[in-house]
Unconditional design. Sequence first.
Length: 141
Amino acid sequence: MANPPFPVRLRVRYAETDQMGVVHHAVYPVWFEAARTELSRAVGLPYSQWEAEGALLMVTDLSCRFRKPARYDELVTVWVWVAELASRRVVFAYRVEGPDGTLLAEGETRHLLVDRHTGRPLAFSPAMREALRRQPPPDAS
């Protein structure tokens, strides 16, 4: 199950770069989280709602493959989509593109839904599953 990619545009900040003006590798997971959060909000399931329902989306795995450097002040697009959805886990996939559409990085994060208080795995509610399968409205990004 793969939904269409959802775009999140970000401007590379000076603090995200090294002395050569290249984005530090540790920034990409932060961008992944920003894109995932925006996708969740766009489909009607903001993180505050997860937490209000007593659930947290725990990261269990993260991968990132770097293709080309992103540089200071560039406008990058982080494309995010739900690549897999199971009863208790979800996989988000990411593609980071430069201003001209050049592939800069790609990756994925795997998550387990857990109870906020006990840390034990939970099954996604029908409403959560429906939201994660939903395509965001075109004007959401």
